[in-house]
Ligand binder design. Structure first.
Ligand code: IPM
Ligand code: MN
Length: 366
């Protein structure tokens, strides 16, 4: 198969982790006889530095001509004092909105080899296998009006029926394909948007009688995520709650450096990115854990290209490398040698059992 991928390395550790994932994609292309045309574009702080725009037109154009987008991370202290339209995060929010990527899928799965890195007791963290389905293009992040002056600020939390219906359908469908359990998370004891959310979930449940549904408040969900995370299967929630709960869930598995994500829409087009940020403190030091980005590339193979075997090969390679006791610094386990980003990636490539030859790949740096 031939596919075109736009790679947006972004800021901080973004370039290092996307490079690792690109090597994995190249190895997969060779082993399974595919052609991946890679185009590199700017986003976030790197784009601000280049053209004072966190999401340049050129980037949008290239992405719209692609089959999928692979993103590293955006942000860093260098741009912290910038006005809001020149913040790196604006580029990420704008690309999600521009392409209508309303469904953010964040799987969290305990990996036996990493249980010692989890801050939770082994018996609490083991067997965790959940998916957070986060609404990504509405709510507090995007609703108008917004304003800020010296002594007053306003954000708006609004949701339309359509916005809620489509994400709830996505979540029911994912639940149906897994263990058939869905927790819909809201704050319906306080917020009107949550009351509408709950009404719509109740309507939708009629179409999914095979799914066991539970409504939960976000505060008690945050608690249960730590006390009994293995009780969850699929969680669906609005944008801000999903942002917070997914960072919380990420540490269960040992490190935020492990979590991949997909941001998609009805037709399957999507952006694949690690859940972690740009980690400016370790940027450029060859220390970052590339697993989350490599696993995001695996999600891309599966979700965007229907390459199930290829996706499974990548995931298996990552798990085998970890099971063999190879860790990056974030997962530091006593007595183990810490591998650099490139050393760890080389182990994954070795595991994928293929000499690295890039002749089936066409590069185009625009
Ligand atoms: C995430 C990030 C982003 C978000 C930031 C960088 C804008 O935290 O993808 O979870 O809040 O959505
Ligand atoms: Mn976040």
């Amino acid at each position: 198969m031939e596919k075109t991928i736009t790679v947006l390395p972004g800021d901080g550790i973004g370039p290092e982790v996307t490079e690792a994932a690109v090597k994995v994609l190249q190895t997969i292309a060779k082993r399974f006889n595919h052609t991946f045309n890679l185009h590199y574009e700017l986003i976030g702080g790197a784009a601000i530095d280049d053209c004072e725009n966190p999401l340049p037109e050129e980037t949008i154009k290239q992405c719209s001509q692609s089959d999928a987008i692979l993103l590293g991370a955006v942000g860093g202290p260098k741009w912290d004092q910038n006005p809001s339209h020149l913040r790196p995060e604006k580029g990420l929010l704008a690309i999600r909105k521009h392409f209508g990527l309303y469904a953010n899928i964040r799987p969290v799965k305990a990996i036996p080899a990493l249980l010692d890195s989890s801050p939770l007791k082994k018996e609490v963290a083991e067997n965790v296998d959940l998916v957070i389905v986060r609404e990504l293009t509405g709510g507090l992040y995007f609703s108008e009006p917004r304003e800020k002056s010296h002594d007053h600020a306003l954000d708006t939390l609004a949701y339309s029926r359509t916005e809620i219906e489509r994400i709830v359908d996505t979540a029911f469908q994912i639940a149906r394909s897994r263990r058939g359990k869905l927790a819909s998370v809201d704050k319906a004891n306080v917020l009107d948007t949550s009351k509408l959310w709950r009404e719509i979930v109740e309507e939708k449940r009629q179409n999914y009688p095979d799914v066991e549904l539970e409504h939960m408040l976000v505060d008690s969900t945050a608690m249960k995520m730590i006390t009994q995370p293995s009780a969850f299967d699929v969680i669906v929630t609005e944008n801000m709650f999903g942002d917070i709960l997914s960072d919380e869930a990420s540490v269960i598995t040992g490190s935020l450096g492990m979590l991949p994500s997909a941001s998609t829409r009805e037709d399957g087009f999507g952006l694949y990115e690690p859940v972690h940020g740009s980690a400016p403190d370790i940027a450029g030091q060859n220390k970052a854990n590339p697993a989350a980005t490599i696993l995001s590339a695996a999600m891309m193979l599966r979700e965007a290209f229907q390459m199930e075997t290829e996706a499974a090969a990548v995931e298996e390679a990552v798990f085998n490398v970890l099971n063999d006791g190879n860790f990056t610094g974030d997962l530091q386990v006593e007595g183990k040698r810490v591998l650099s980003t490139t050393e760890w990636t080389a182990k994954v490539l070795e595991e994928l059992d293929s000499e690295f030859v890039s002749d089936s790949i066409m590069f185009s740096y625009v």
